[in-house]
Design a binder for this molecule. Structure first.
Ligand code: GAP
Length: 600
């Protein structure tokens, strides 16, 4: 089994996800909805396995955590108190050429030469000048001066006719506006001796201030190694969009910049100044859409936990430290959804708010960071690909005393999977202040009342699913039925996460006893795990299909199972392992316990 040496590009992963039914673009048949994704039959299983495992280790296997399932629709007062209405925004910039929108902090640092254009004039003659050209060309065809037809081609055609009439040997212009302007001026200047009045009339009507002008300054960055001629092309396109058909641009001295974020990384065009863009999605409840009926789709699951803190505390009768866990949808109007599901507008979070005493906040931060790293390892993401990035003081939320980002090496770079933050008592204080309701904890032993502090591990379901798929994706070579090596795609999911745990195949599809036995095994396993029955095609093909979707185990019912060759092997099957491709012979009655122990 040889591992393919090349890195797996995202296109292959995205294509496999669609082909095998993990993830589809939302509203695909209508052209797709940017930032929204639909999970197909296998994707939904993978996602459920992840969420169930998170719930198991974060809630069921602990005494100190209980769950909550809060509403998505959120009262504006909640998000005002939390600071989201005022401050949940990203700095946004627009490309001045294409109007493409970017998050300012995601623009890569760039170095190169900045070309500064101070203004541009149109080389196209205005109607009065064009009329003079028509008269000089002595053409019967009246030039038409409506917006669609007046233009450079008319002017150049007329000037060419004038040149022919006067027998001038001025070379025709290129498509460059400078060249067209020069050509028109040269032709008219050359015939000026013979037709001074008409020539002067043209020159007066063709003064730059009589033509279309754009006084907007525009800057273009030419990164090191990119041809400088691109700058003028880009500038002309900019002025063309401002109504100049043939912009003749005016350049100021160039400037050198290093590590700069002011330019569109795709075309070098200048970006606008950053403006805050609130990421919250709002809606209106009831028949009348006005301020009083406004509600938000929650931007994080955390806030309902804080708002329900007192209720949950009372009903669960927990003592500090204790946590409230929640899995659910969150919505953010991301400026640039990108990298497949990594940055979406609708996504799911798995959040724990772990309430504790102030003096223990830092201890629990360290504890939860380690727990969360272990979690990822337990679902098949190796520690070597995980990184705990400590957020420096100046970048942390002002209320946080310590925050880590758990990052993963995605094929598109190292990116955040989860945040683990010590949020102090900020959220509960805010909600207590805004609602006027006490959110204090009463300590029976010390008889003190206080607002607990909180440590929050906040994970993204979709990001973790994407990390699982990226980590599992592999191409290797494996022998086909005839022993010839062929490339196989295999998703090496941890058995705990795999959408289908075990496939069951009858060796042949036209042998009733084999089929009956295989179906008996399906019925035996189904209450314990997600299984899949397949009788189509050669066994090797059937294995490949399962490898490609990450099924860790496959059972084949053959003639030995029926006891036809050796009675001792009756009611035994081959159990094949996806990764080693080894097969072992096991009794049917032991299948449940063998498989259950491997997938748990
Ligand atoms: N309550 C804290 C909070 O929401 P966050 O860092 O904004 O913190 C937590 O989000 C996690 O939610 C992220 O680490 C990420 O996994 C996930 N997440 C955030 N925005 C996302 C988006 N636009 N698309 C997919 N996942 C996202």
């Amino acid at each position: 089994m040889n591992k393919s040496p090349d890195a797996q590009p995202m296109e292959k992963i995205v294509s496999l996800c669609k082909r095998r039914g993990f993830i589809f673009q939302s509203s695909e048949i209508y052209g797709g909805l940017n930032g929204a994704w639909d999970y197909g039959p296998l994707g939904v299983e993978l996602k459920r396995n992840l969420k169930n495992y998170w719930w198991r280790v974060m809630v069921h296997e602990r005494d100190d955590v209980v769950g909550l399932d809060g509403a998505i629709l959120t009262h504006p007062a909640v998000l005002k108190a939390s600071g989201h209405v005022e401050g949940f925004s990203d700095p946004m910039v627009d490309c001045r050429l294409t109007n493409q929108r970017f998050r300012a902090d995601q623009i890569p640092l760039q170095s190169g030469t900045v070309f500064i254009y101070e203004f541009a004039r149109d080389a196209t003659p205005p109607p009065e000048a064009l009329l003079v050209l028509a008269q000089l060309a002595e053409t019967d065809a009246e030039p038409r001066f409506d917006k669609q037809t007046i233009g450079p081609a008319d002017a150049v055609d007329l000037a060419k006719r004038i040149a022919t009439r006067h027998g001038l040997s001025i070379p025709p212009p290129t498509r460059d506006p400078n060249s067209i302007e020069m050509f028109l001026l040269d032709v008219v200047a050359t015939i000026r001796k013979g037709e001074p009045e008409m020539a002067d009339k043209f020159l007066a009507a063709y003064q730059p201030d009589k033509r279309r002008i754009s006084g907007e300054e525009f800057r273009v960055l030419i990164r090191d190694g990119v041809p400088e001629s691109n700058a003028e092309k880009t500038a002309r396109e900019f002025y063309r969009k401002r109504g100049l058909h043939l912009p003749v641009v005016s350049l100021k001295p160039t400037q050198r910049v290093e590590n700069n974020r002011d330019f569109n990384p795709e075309n070098g065009a200048e970006l606008t100044q950053p403006r805050p863009f609130n990421l919250m999605l709002e809606t209106y409840l009831g028949a009348v859409a006005d301020e009083s009926s406004k509600a938000y789709l929650r931007p994080e699951t955390a806030q309902s936990i804080f708002v329900q803190f007192k209720n949950v505390l009372e009903v669960s009768r927990k003592k500090l430290p204790f946590g409230i866990a929640q899995i659910g949808k969150a919505f953010r109007n991301e400026i640039n959804p990108r990298n497949f599901t990594f940055r979406s507008r609708e996504f799911e979070q798995m959040e724990l708010e772990y309430f504790c005493r102030a003096e223990e906040g830092m201890k629990w931060l360290d504890y939860w960071l380690e727990e969360r790293l272990k979690f990822y390892e337990n679902i098949g993401i190796p520690r070597t690909k995980l990184h705990a990035h400590e957020i420096p003081d100046e970048e942390r939320a002002f209320y946080s005393k310590g925050t880590y980002d758990i990052e993963f090496d995605f094929p598109f770079g190292r990116q955040e999977l989860e945040g683990v933050a010590y949020r102090t008592d900020y959220d509960l204080q805010q909600h207590q202040k805004a609602s006027g309701k006490s959110l204090e904890y009463f300590d029976e032993e010390t008889k003190q009342r206080f607002i607990p502090h909180v440590v929050e591990p906040s994970a993204g379901v979709d990001r973790a699913v994407l990390a699982l798929i990226c980590e599992a994706y592999e191409e290797d070579t494996a022998p086909d039925e005839k022993g010839k090596l062929e490339t196989r795609i295999v998703l090496r999911f941890h058995p705990r996460m795999a959408p289908i745990k075990c496939a069951v195949f009858p060796l042949l599809k036209n042998k009733e006893p084999l089929i009956a036995k295989a179906k008996e095994i399906i019925d035996l396993l189904r209450p314990h795990m997600n299984v899949f029955y397949d009788e189509g095609g050669a066994i090797g093909r059937r294995y490949r299909r399962q490898d490609e979707i990450g099924t860790p185990f496959a059972i084949t019912v053959d003639f030995e199972t029926l006891g036809e060759k050796d009675p001792a092997l009756r009611d035994t099957v081959t159990l094949r392992d996806r990764d080693s491709m080894k097969q072992e012979r096991v009794p049917i009655k032991e299948l449940v316990s063998i498989l259950a122990s491997r997938i748990r």
